[in-house]
Ligand binder design. Structure first.
Ligand code: GTP
Length: 312
Protein backbone atom coordinates (compact mmCIF):
# COMPACT_ATOMS: atom_id res chain seq x y z
CA UNK A 1 0.00 0.00 0.00
CA UNK A 2 1.53 3.35 -1.00
CA UNK A 3 1.37 6.39 1.25
CA UNK A 4 -1.65 7.90 -0.57
CA UNK A 5 -3.63 4.67 -0.20
CA UNK A 6 -2.56 4.48 3.42
CA UNK A 7 -3.76 8.03 4.11
CA UNK A 8 -7.02 7.28 2.36
CA UNK A 9 -7.44 4.10 4.45
CA UNK A 10 -6.89 6.00 7.69
CA UNK A 11 -9.21 8.85 6.58
CA UNK A 12 -12.04 6.38 5.91
CA UNK A 13 -11.56 4.28 9.03
CA UNK A 14 -10.87 6.73 11.84
CA UNK A 15 -13.59 6.92 14.45
CA UNK A 16 -14.13 10.65 13.89
CA UNK A 17 -16.20 12.51 11.34
CA UNK A 18 -14.42 14.62 8.73
CA UNK A 19 -16.18 17.04 6.42
CA UNK A 20 -14.47 19.68 4.28
CA UNK A 21 -16.28 22.83 3.07
CA UNK A 22 -15.32 25.70 0.79
CA UNK A 23 -15.95 29.43 1.47
CA UNK A 24 -19.50 29.10 0.03
CA UNK A 25 -20.11 26.27 2.54
CA UNK A 26 -20.27 23.74 -0.26
CA UNK A 27 -19.28 20.25 0.89
CA UNK A 28 -16.12 19.03 -0.82
CA UNK A 29 -15.43 15.83 1.04
CA UNK A 30 -16.83 13.59 3.76
CA UNK A 31 -15.41 10.41 5.25
CA UNK A 32 -17.02 7.07 6.02
CA UNK A 33 -17.89 8.06 9.59
CA UNK A 34 -20.15 10.80 8.23
CA UNK A 35 -21.66 8.49 5.64
CA UNK A 36 -22.55 5.92 8.31
CA UNK A 37 -23.73 8.18 11.15
CA UNK A 38 -25.57 10.73 9.02
CA UNK A 39 -26.85 8.12 6.55
CA UNK A 40 -25.47 9.99 3.55
CA UNK A 41 -23.89 8.90 0.31
CA UNK A 42 -20.82 10.75 -0.88
CA UNK A 43 -22.71 11.60 -4.09
CA UNK A 44 -25.53 13.30 -2.14
CA UNK A 45 -23.10 15.17 0.07
CA UNK A 46 -20.36 16.44 -2.21
CA UNK A 47 -21.27 19.65 -4.02
CA UNK A 48 -24.27 20.34 -1.75
CA UNK A 49 -24.44 23.33 0.58
CA UNK A 50 -23.63 22.28 4.14
CA UNK A 51 -26.74 23.98 5.54
CA UNK A 52 -29.03 22.32 2.98
CA UNK A 53 -27.55 18.97 3.77
CA UNK A 54 -27.92 19.34 7.55
CA UNK A 55 -30.85 21.62 8.22
CA UNK A 56 -30.51 21.19 12.00
CA UNK A 57 -27.27 23.21 12.01
CA UNK A 58 -27.29 26.51 13.94
CA UNK A 59 -26.77 28.66 10.83
CA UNK A 60 -25.72 32.00 12.31
CA UNK A 61 -23.49 30.50 14.98
CA UNK A 62 -21.72 28.09 12.63
CA UNK A 63 -21.28 30.68 9.88
CA UNK A 64 -19.67 33.01 12.42
CA UNK A 65 -17.31 30.25 13.55
CA UNK A 66 -16.39 29.21 10.01
CA UNK A 67 -15.93 32.83 8.93
CA UNK A 68 -13.44 33.35 11.74
CA UNK A 69 -11.44 30.32 10.51
CA UNK A 70 -11.50 31.58 6.89
CA UNK A 71 -10.57 35.14 7.84
CA UNK A 72 -8.11 34.64 10.67
CA UNK A 73 -6.51 31.39 9.55
CA UNK A 74 -6.81 29.96 13.04
CA UNK A 75 -8.65 26.84 14.19
CA UNK A 76 -11.97 27.08 16.05
CA UNK A 77 -13.31 24.67 18.60
CA UNK A 78 -16.65 23.86 20.17
CA UNK A 79 -17.08 21.45 23.05
CA UNK A 80 -20.14 19.31 23.80
CA UNK A 81 -20.44 21.27 27.04
CA UNK A 82 -21.21 24.44 25.07
CA UNK A 83 -23.32 22.76 22.40
CA UNK A 84 -24.08 19.12 22.94
CA UNK A 85 -24.06 18.29 19.25
CA UNK A 86 -23.65 20.09 15.97
CA UNK A 87 -24.70 17.36 13.54
CA UNK A 88 -27.75 15.35 14.54
CA UNK A 89 -26.37 11.82 14.45
CA UNK A 90 -27.43 8.74 16.31
CA UNK A 91 -24.81 7.27 18.62
CA UNK A 92 -23.83 3.68 19.04
CA UNK A 93 -23.53 3.57 22.81
CA UNK A 94 -24.63 0.13 23.94
CA UNK A 95 -25.72 1.17 27.45
CA UNK A 96 -28.67 3.41 28.08
CA UNK A 97 -28.09 7.13 27.90
CA UNK A 98 -30.65 9.90 28.14
CA UNK A 99 -29.19 11.52 25.02
CA UNK A 100 -30.79 10.67 21.75
CA UNK A 101 -27.96 12.11 19.67
CA UNK A 102 -24.21 11.71 19.62
CA UNK A 103 -22.44 14.27 21.84
CA UNK A 104 -19.69 15.94 19.85
CA UNK A 105 -16.51 17.93 20.24
CA UNK A 106 -15.93 19.90 17.05
CA UNK A 107 -12.67 21.23 15.64
CA UNK A 108 -12.56 23.48 12.55
CA UNK A 109 -9.17 23.57 10.87
CA UNK A 110 -8.11 26.02 8.14
CA UNK A 111 -6.76 24.50 4.90
CA UNK A 112 -4.38 26.91 3.19
CA UNK A 113 -3.64 27.06 -0.59
CA UNK A 114 -0.29 27.85 -2.23
CA UNK A 115 -0.99 31.60 -1.96
CA UNK A 116 -1.33 31.28 1.81
CA UNK A 117 -5.10 31.87 1.76
CA UNK A 118 -7.59 29.72 3.59
CA UNK A 119 -9.48 28.01 0.78
CA UNK A 120 -11.32 25.33 2.76
CA UNK A 121 -12.18 24.39 6.30
CA UNK A 122 -11.96 20.87 7.63
CA UNK A 123 -14.59 20.14 10.31
CA UNK A 124 -13.68 17.24 12.57
CA UNK A 125 -16.30 15.65 14.80
CA UNK A 126 -15.29 13.56 17.82
CA UNK A 127 -17.90 11.27 19.32
CA UNK A 128 -17.82 12.12 23.05
CA UNK A 129 -21.14 10.52 24.01
CA UNK A 130 -19.31 8.44 26.65
CA UNK A 131 -17.71 11.49 28.26
CA UNK A 132 -21.03 13.33 28.20
CA UNK A 133 -22.84 10.32 29.68
CA UNK A 134 -20.38 9.87 32.56
CA UNK A 135 -20.29 13.61 33.21
CA UNK A 136 -24.09 13.65 33.44
CA UNK A 137 -24.05 10.64 35.76
CA UNK A 138 -21.47 12.40 37.93
CA UNK A 139 -23.46 15.65 38.01
CA UNK A 140 -26.64 13.77 38.93
CA UNK A 141 -24.80 11.90 41.69
CA UNK A 142 -23.28 15.14 43.01
CA UNK A 143 -26.70 16.82 43.00
CA UNK A 144 -28.20 13.84 44.86
CA UNK A 145 -25.35 13.87 47.36
CA UNK A 146 -25.73 17.59 47.95
CA UNK A 147 -29.48 17.16 48.43
CA UNK A 148 -29.01 14.25 50.84
CA UNK A 149 -26.49 16.32 52.82
CA UNK A 150 -29.16 18.95 53.25
CA UNK A 151 -32.15 16.71 53.87
CA UNK A 152 -33.43 14.91 56.92
CA UNK A 153 -33.55 11.24 55.97
CA UNK A 154 -36.88 10.53 57.66
CA UNK A 155 -39.06 13.54 56.87
CA UNK A 156 -37.34 14.78 53.70
CA UNK A 157 -37.39 18.40 54.91
CA UNK A 158 -34.16 20.34 55.52
CA UNK A 159 -31.92 18.84 58.19
CA UNK A 160 -30.85 20.94 61.15
CA UNK A 161 -27.47 21.94 59.71
CA UNK A 162 -28.89 23.12 56.40
CA UNK A 163 -31.85 24.84 58.07
CA UNK A 164 -29.50 26.75 60.37
CA UNK A 165 -27.35 27.75 57.39
CA UNK A 166 -30.46 29.17 55.73
CA UNK A 167 -31.38 30.93 58.99
CA UNK A 168 -28.00 32.71 58.97
CA UNK A 169 -28.48 33.84 55.36
CA UNK A 170 -32.06 35.01 55.88
CA UNK A 171 -31.20 36.73 59.18
CA UNK A 172 -28.34 38.69 57.56
CA UNK A 173 -30.42 39.57 54.47
CA UNK A 174 -33.35 40.82 56.55
CA UNK A 175 -30.97 42.88 58.67
CA UNK A 176 -29.18 44.42 55.69
CA UNK A 177 -32.34 45.33 53.80
CA UNK A 178 -34.42 46.17 56.87
CA UNK A 179 -37.04 43.62 55.88
CA UNK A 180 -39.32 41.67 58.19
CA UNK A 181 -38.37 38.09 59.02
CA UNK A 182 -40.15 35.64 61.28
CA UNK A 183 -39.46 32.24 62.68
CA UNK A 184 -41.88 29.54 63.75
CA UNK A 185 -40.79 26.69 66.01
CA UNK A 186 -43.15 23.82 66.67
CA UNK A 187 -43.03 20.59 68.61
CA UNK A 188 -45.36 17.60 68.55
CA UNK A 189 -47.51 17.26 71.66
CA UNK A 190 -47.22 14.19 73.83
CA UNK A 191 -45.15 12.51 71.21
CA UNK A 192 -43.77 10.04 73.72
CA UNK A 193 -47.33 8.77 74.20
CA UNK A 194 -47.74 8.38 70.41
CA UNK A 195 -44.53 6.33 70.33
CA UNK A 196 -45.64 4.27 73.33
CA UNK A 197 -49.07 3.62 71.80
CA UNK A 198 -48.21 2.96 68.16
CA UNK A 199 -44.56 2.03 68.40
CA UNK A 200 -41.59 3.81 66.86
CA UNK A 201 -42.82 3.13 63.31
CA UNK A 202 -46.13 4.79 64.09
CA UNK A 203 -44.25 7.71 65.62
CA UNK A 204 -42.03 7.97 62.56
CA UNK A 205 -45.06 8.05 60.27
CA UNK A 206 -46.53 10.89 62.34
CA UNK A 207 -43.31 12.88 61.94
CA UNK A 208 -43.28 12.30 58.17
CA UNK A 209 -46.92 13.22 57.66
CA UNK A 210 -46.77 16.29 59.89
CA UNK A 211 -43.65 17.56 58.10
CA UNK A 212 -45.15 17.00 54.67
CA UNK A 213 -48.48 18.58 55.64
CA UNK A 214 -46.74 21.65 57.04
CA UNK A 215 -44.54 21.91 53.97
CA UNK A 216 -47.61 21.92 51.73
CA UNK A 217 -48.92 24.99 53.58
CA UNK A 218 -45.81 27.11 53.11
CA UNK A 219 -44.62 29.54 50.47
CA UNK A 220 -41.68 28.48 48.35
CA UNK A 221 -39.44 31.05 50.09
CA UNK A 222 -40.18 29.61 53.55
CA UNK A 223 -37.73 27.00 54.80
CA UNK A 224 -38.93 24.13 56.95
CA UNK A 225 -36.32 22.13 58.82
CA UNK A 226 -36.22 19.35 61.40
CA UNK A 227 -34.58 21.00 64.36
CA UNK A 228 -34.64 18.09 66.80
CA UNK A 229 -36.40 14.73 67.31
CA UNK A 230 -39.99 16.05 67.19
CA UNK A 231 -39.20 19.74 66.89
CA UNK A 232 -39.28 21.68 63.61
CA UNK A 233 -38.47 25.23 62.57
CA UNK A 234 -39.75 27.43 59.77
CA UNK A 235 -37.97 30.54 58.65
CA UNK A 236 -40.33 32.95 56.89
CA UNK A 237 -38.63 35.74 54.90
CA UNK A 238 -40.61 38.96 54.24
CA UNK A 239 -43.11 38.02 56.93
CA UNK A 240 -43.89 40.03 60.05
CA UNK A 241 -44.90 38.56 63.40
CA UNK A 242 -48.61 38.98 62.75
CA UNK A 243 -48.36 37.22 59.37
CA UNK A 244 -46.31 34.41 60.87
CA UNK A 245 -48.80 34.07 63.74
CA UNK A 246 -51.68 33.67 61.24
CA UNK A 247 -49.68 31.09 59.31
CA UNK A 248 -48.86 29.23 62.54
CA UNK A 249 -52.55 29.17 63.51
CA UNK A 250 -53.46 27.78 60.10
CA UNK A 251 -50.78 25.10 60.43
CA UNK A 252 -51.91 24.21 63.95
CA UNK A 253 -55.53 23.76 62.86
CA UNK A 254 -54.61 21.72 59.78
CA UNK A 255 -52.41 19.36 61.81
CA UNK A 256 -55.08 18.91 64.45
CA UNK A 257 -57.56 17.84 61.75
CA UNK A 258 -55.13 15.73 59.76
CA UNK A 259 -55.89 12.00 59.94
CA UNK A 260 -52.82 9.79 59.95
CA UNK A 261 -53.58 6.17 59.18
CA UNK A 262 -51.17 3.65 60.61
CA UNK A 263 -51.89 -0.08 60.37
CA UNK A 264 -55.64 0.53 60.07
CA UNK A 265 -55.65 2.85 63.07
CA UNK A 266 -56.20 6.60 62.83
CA UNK A 267 -53.78 8.83 64.70
CA UNK A 268 -54.48 12.47 65.41
CA UNK A 269 -51.52 14.62 66.42
CA UNK A 270 -51.27 18.20 67.59
CA UNK A 271 -48.46 20.71 67.80
CA UNK A 272 -47.45 23.56 70.09
CA UNK A 273 -45.96 26.57 68.40
CA UNK A 274 -43.75 29.56 69.21
CA UNK A 275 -43.55 32.50 66.79
CA UNK A 276 -41.09 35.38 66.73
CA UNK A 277 -40.35 38.35 64.49
CA UNK A 278 -36.84 39.75 64.04
CA UNK A 279 -35.99 42.84 66.10
CA UNK A 280 -33.09 45.25 65.67
CA UNK A 281 -31.48 44.29 68.96
CA UNK A 282 -31.33 40.54 68.20
CA UNK A 283 -27.71 39.66 67.73
CA UNK A 284 -28.07 36.50 65.69
CA UNK A 285 -30.53 33.90 64.49
CA UNK A 286 -29.66 31.88 67.62
CA UNK A 287 -31.07 34.76 69.62
CA UNK A 288 -34.32 34.34 67.67
CA UNK A 289 -34.37 30.56 68.17
CA UNK A 290 -33.84 30.96 71.91
CA UNK A 291 -36.78 33.35 72.21
CA UNK A 292 -39.00 31.32 69.83
CA UNK A 293 -38.28 28.34 72.12
CA UNK A 294 -39.52 30.34 75.11
CA UNK A 295 -42.76 31.11 73.23
CA UNK A 296 -43.08 27.43 72.27
CA UNK A 297 -42.70 26.34 75.88
CA UNK A 298 -45.30 28.87 76.94
CA UNK A 299 -47.69 27.15 74.48
CA UNK A 300 -46.81 23.83 76.13
CA UNK A 301 -47.32 25.22 79.62
CA UNK A 302 -50.66 26.74 78.73
CA UNK A 303 -52.06 23.40 77.66
CA UNK A 304 -50.45 22.56 74.22
CA UNK A 305 -52.03 22.69 70.75
CA UNK A 306 -51.70 26.48 70.69
CA UNK A 307 -49.61 29.30 69.24
CA UNK A 308 -47.69 31.92 71.23
CA UNK A 309 -46.21 35.03 69.64
CA UNK A 310 -43.05 36.02 71.51
CA UNK A 311 -43.23 39.35 73.29
CA UNK A 312 -40.26 40.76 75.17
N1 GTP B 1 -40.62 7.73 66.50
C1 GTP B 1 -39.69 8.66 66.73
N2 GTP B 1 -39.63 9.22 67.95
C2 GTP B 1 -38.73 10.17 68.19
C3 GTP B 1 -37.84 10.60 67.19
N3 GTP B 1 -37.06 11.59 67.71
C4 GTP B 1 -37.46 11.77 68.99
N4 GTP B 1 -38.47 10.90 69.30
C5 GTP B 1 -39.18 10.74 70.56
O1 GTP B 1 -39.98 11.86 70.86
C6 GTP B 1 -40.29 11.82 72.25
C7 GTP B 1 -40.31 13.22 72.79
O2 GTP B 1 -40.75 13.14 74.11
P1 GTP B 1 -40.80 14.35 75.10
O3 GTP B 1 -39.60 15.22 74.89
O4 GTP B 1 -41.04 13.81 76.46
O5 GTP B 1 -42.00 15.21 74.64
P2 GTP B 1 -43.52 14.87 74.37
O6 GTP B 1 -43.86 13.49 74.76
O7 GTP B 1 -43.80 15.22 72.93
O8 GTP B 1 -44.23 15.87 75.32
P3 GTP B 1 -44.46 17.41 75.14
O9 GTP B 1 -43.42 17.92 74.17
O10 GTP B 1 -44.29 17.99 76.48
O11 GTP B 1 -45.83 17.58 74.59
C8 GTP B 1 -39.23 10.95 72.91
O12 GTP B 1 -39.85 9.78 73.34
C9 GTP B 1 -38.27 10.64 71.75
O13 GTP B 1 -37.74 9.33 71.85
C10 GTP B 1 -37.92 9.94 65.92
O14 GTP B 1 -37.17 10.24 64.97
N5 GTP B 1 -38.86 9.01 65.73
Amino acid sequence: MNITDLKSFVFEHINSGVIVVDPEYKVILINNFFKIHASLSRREACGTNLFDLFNELPVNWLKRKLQSVFLLNTPAFSSWEQRQYLFKMSHTRPITTENEFMAQDVTMLPIVNDQGQVCKVCIIIEDVTDVCYYQQQLSNAMAKLEKSNQTDGLTQVANRRFWEERCVVEFDTARRHQQPLSMILFDLDKFKTINDTYGHRGGDLVLVEVAQKVKSLLRSADVLGRYGGEEFGIICPHTDGEGAYDLAERIRKEIQMHKIVFEKQTIFASISIGVIEIQDHYKSYEDMIGRADMALYQSKREGRNRVTLYKA
